[in-house]
Design a protein around this ligand. Structure first.
Ligand SMILES: Cc1cc2nc3c(=O)[nH]c(=O)nc-3n(C[C@H](O)[C@H](O)[C@H](O)COP(=O)(O)OP(=O)(O)OC[C@H]3O[C@@H](n4cnc5c(N)ncnc54)[C@H](O)[C@@H]3O)c2cc1C
Length: 556
C-alpha cells in the first residue's frame, strides 16, 4: 500500500500492510486463481458480504470509503500486497469499495479457501491474521467505518450501544449531542427528532432509533450466511473465555462448531480492565484484548458465531439436541457445550459500574490484597466467601469491615470462619448494615453505609469494597434439562450422584465423562458449572478439556 495511514503503536506499516514475496504469492495462488482486471473495474462492492480477497501481482487496487457523499481513497495496494481485514474471517459485510486504478493482475482467493491456507501454512497464517487484526484496530482508532452514533454521554442506551460496538470490534464515529453544534444539521438531514436518540446511522443510510443489540446485528448483517439448519458437531452456548476456548479447540480439531452468544464475545472477562493472573501475560492483559484475540482465533479455525442471539431453551428429549431461540427458531447439534457463565449479584448502587475494577472487587486474591495493603477495606456479605476474604485480607489490610444486612453471621457462615473473625483484632463486623452510596472520580474514594436498625449513616474514606454476595449461574434457560445444585450451578462428571443420574434417566452403561452433565453429550464448563474456580484460566482450561470428550461422544 502506498498511501497508508500511520501505524498503530507497537506495529509498523510493514506488519499492517506486508508485501508478499513471489514465493509466498505462489503459495497463495495454489489456493486461488489468476484474474486480470481493467482500470476502473470494481472487484468488491460496499455493503456486500465478503466472499473473496485479492493479492496484487502487478498493477494497483484502491480501497475507497464513502465520506460526505463522495468516495475517498483510504489505502492503495501495490504489487505483493493483499486486501481484506477481519471480516474476511467472519464473512460479514464490507464497508469499502475495492477498485483497480490501472490494469492489474490479481490472485483471487475465495474466503473459504483462506481457512485451508491459514491452517496449513503457518507463515502465511501469521502474516494474514496479524495484518487483519491490525487493520481492524486501525479502522477503530481512526473511526473508519460506515456507522455513525449520535447520542449523549449521559445516556445509558448510548453507553450500551458504544459498549456493544466496541466489544464486537466495530469501527464507528461518535457525535456527542452536547458537544457538537453541527449535529442538528445532521439530525435534520435524517429527519431525526431529539426524542429518538441515541441514533445509529448504519451503513451511512439506514437510520436506527435507539436500536436494540439484535437490531444492530441485523443491520450490520453479523449473523448472515450462517446456516442454522444442518446438524452441528457441537454448539457452544456463551462466548466468554470458556466458550471461546471450546470454539478454538473444537474448530482447530476439525469439528463443525457454532457459538451462540446472547450479547458480545468476551463474557465477564471482556468487562475486566486488566487480568493480571492469566498465564503468560506478566504485565496483564485487558479482558477485551484477550477476548478479541480469542474471537479472531476461533474464526480463523472456522468456528461460526451468532451474536446477540439468546439461547432460550434446549430441546433435550431427543437427539440430535436443538437450541431454541427467542424467535422460535431451532438449531440442531450432536453435542452441546454450555458456557453461559454466572452473574455476580451486584449491589444496587447507582454508580457501581463506574468503580468496578477501580475499588469495587468481586474476588479477594493476592492481587487485590496488594492493592489495599495497609488500608481500610469493606467486605459486603455474610457467606463463606465473605468470611474467607475477611480473614485473608486482614493479613495485609489495616482494618476490615464486614457489613451484613442480617443480625449476625451464624446462619450464613461456617463456624470456624466466624471464630477466626471474632479472634482477629482488625476485623470489625457491622450487622443490620448496608452500603448506600459510593463516591470518587476515577477510583472509589469513599462510601456511606447505614445501620437499618438505628438509621445512623456513616461516611468512611475507604477505597476498596469487596462485594461477596454470591453469583447467580445463567442456567435457568435450560428449564431442568440437566441436573443442577440448589443454587442452579450445573453438576458434571463425578459430582453427579447416583440419585441425580436416576432422576435424569441416564441411559448409558458408562458414567458421565469429566464435565459432562446428566444429559449425554451435553457438557458444562466455566462459571456456570458447580465447583468451578471462578477464574479466566480455569474457564479456558475447562473449555478445551470438554472438546476432547466431545470427540469421544461423537465416536460413540
Ligand atoms: C469485574 C470482573 C473482573 C474479573 N477479573 C478477573 C481476573 O482478573 N482474573 C480472573 O482469573 N478472573 C477474573 N474474573 C472472573 C472471570 O471473568 C470469570 O471467571 C470468567 O469470565 C468466566 O468465564 P465463562 O466463560 O465461564 O463465563 P462468562 O465470562 O460469564 O461468559 C458467559 C457468556 O455467556 C453468555 N450467555 C449467558 N447466557 C446466555 C444464553 N442464554 N444464550 C447465549 N449466551 C449466553 C454471556 O453473555 C457471556 O458472554 C473477573 C470477573 C469480573 C466480573
Amino acid at each position: 500500500m502506498e498511501s497508508t495511514p500511520a501505524p498503530l503503536p507497537g506495529s509498523s506499516p510493514g506488519e499492517m500492510f506486508p508485501v508478499l514475496t513471489p514465493e509466498q504469492q505462489a503459495r497463495v495462488l495454489a489456493h486461488g486463481r489468476s484474474r486480470n482486471v481493467r482500470s476502473g473495474e470494481t472487484v468488491v462492492v460496499p455493503s456486500t458480504q465478503v466472499t473473496k480477497f485479492f493479492v496484487v501481482v502487478s498493477g494497483r487496487l484502491e480501497l475507497l470509503r464513502l465520506s460526505d457523499s463522495k468516495e475517498e481513497v483510504i489505502a492503495v495496494c501495490g504489487p505483493g500486497m493483499f486486501t481484506g481485514e477481519l471480516n474476511v474471517l467472519s464473512g460479514r459485510r464490507t464497508f469499502v469499495r475495492i477498485r483497480a486504478s490501472e490494469p492489474s493482475e490479481l490472485i483471487e482467493i475465495e474466503r473459504e479457501a483462506l481457512r485451508g491456507l491459514v491452517q496449513t501454512d503457518s507463515e502465511l497464517s501469521d502474516i494474514f491474521l496479524r495484518a487483519y487484526i491490525l487493520r481492524r484496530l486501525e479502522f477503530i482508532a481512526r473511526e473508519i467505518g460506515d456507522l455513525i452514533l449520535i447520542g449523549s454521554n449521559h445516556s445509558l442506551d448510548t453507553f450500551r450501544i458504544k459498549e456493544f460496538l466496541t466489544r464486537n470490534y466495530q469501527p464507528y464515529s461518535y457525535i456527542d449531542l452536547e458537544r457538537d453544534a453541527e449535529v442538528q444539521e445532521l439530525l435534520d438531514r435524517f429527519q431525526v427528532a431529539i426524542t429518538d436518540l441515541p441514533v445509529l446511522i448504519c451503513r451511512r443510510s439506514v437510520v436506527l432509533r435507539n436500536p436494540s443489540n439484535p437490531e444492530i446485528v441485523n443491520c450490520l448483517g453479523f449473523n448472515e450466511g450462517i446456516d442454522q439448519s444442518h446438524v452441528r458437531d457441537v454448539i457452544v452456548v456463551g462466548a466468554g473465555p470458556a466458550g471461546l476456548a471450546a470454539a478454538v479447540y473444537g474448530a482447530s480439531e476439525g469439528l463443525d462448531v457454532l457459538v451462540i452468544e446472547s450479547d458480545s464475545p468476551g463474557g465477564q472477562a471482556g468487562a475486566s480492565s486488566k487480568i493480571e493472573n492469566y498465564l503468560g501475560f506478566p504485565t496483564g492483559i485487558s479482558g477485551r484484548e484477550l477476548a478479541g484475540n480469542a474471537y479472531a482465533q476461533a474464526q480463523k479455525f472456522g468456528a461460526q458465531m451468532l451474536i446477540a442471539k439468546n439461547a432460550r431453551g434446549l430441546a433435550c428429549d431427543r437427539r440430535p439436541y436443538a437450541l431454541k431461540f427467542d424467535d422460535g427458531e431451532k438449531v440442531p447439534a450432536k453435542t452441546v457445550v454450555i458456557a453461559t457463565g454466572a452473574q455476580y449479584r451486584k449491589l444496587s448502587l447507582e454508580n457501581l459500574s463506574r468503580f468496578e475494577g477501580a475499588g469495587v472487587y468481586y474476588g479477594a486474591t493476592h492481587l487485590e490484597s496488594q492493592l489495599c495493603g495497609g488500608e481500610e477495606v469493606v467486605i459486603v456479605g455474610g457467606g463463606n466467601s465473605a468470611g474467607q476474604a475477611a480473614v485473608f485480607l486482614a493479613q495485609t489490610a489495616r482494618r476490615v469491615y464486614v457489613l451484613v444486612r442480617s443480625v449476625g453471621l451464624a446462619e450464613s457462615m461456617s463456624r470456624y470462619l466466624i471464630r477466626r473473625i471474632e479472634e482477629s483484632p482488625n476485623i470489625e463486623l457491622r450487622t443490620n448494615t448496608e452500603v448506600i452510596a459510593l463516591t470518587g472520580n476515577d477510583h472509589l474514594e469513599a462510601m456511606e453505609w447505614r445501620n437499618n436498625k438505628t438509621g445512623k449513616v456513616e461516611t468512611h474514606k475507604i477505597g476498596a469494597l469487596f462485594s461477596m454476595t454470591g453469583a447467580v449461574p445463567n442456567s435457568a434457560w435450560l428449564e431442568g434439562c440437566v441436573a443442577c445444585d440448589g443454587a442452579g450451578f450445573i453438576k458434571t462428571g463425578s459430582d453427579l450422584s447416583k440419585e441425580d443420574l436416576e432422576r435424569a434417566k441416564w441411559p448409558l452403561a458408562r458414567a458421565p465423562y469429566l464435565l459432562e452433565t446428566s444429559l449425554p453429550g451435553v457438557f458444562a464448563v466455566g462459571d456456570v458449572r458447580e465447583g468451578n474456580v471462578k477464574r479466566v484460566a480455569s474457564a479456558v482450561g475447562e473449555g478445551s478439556i470438554a472438546v476432547s470428550f466431545v470427540h469421544q461422544v461423537l465416536a460413540e
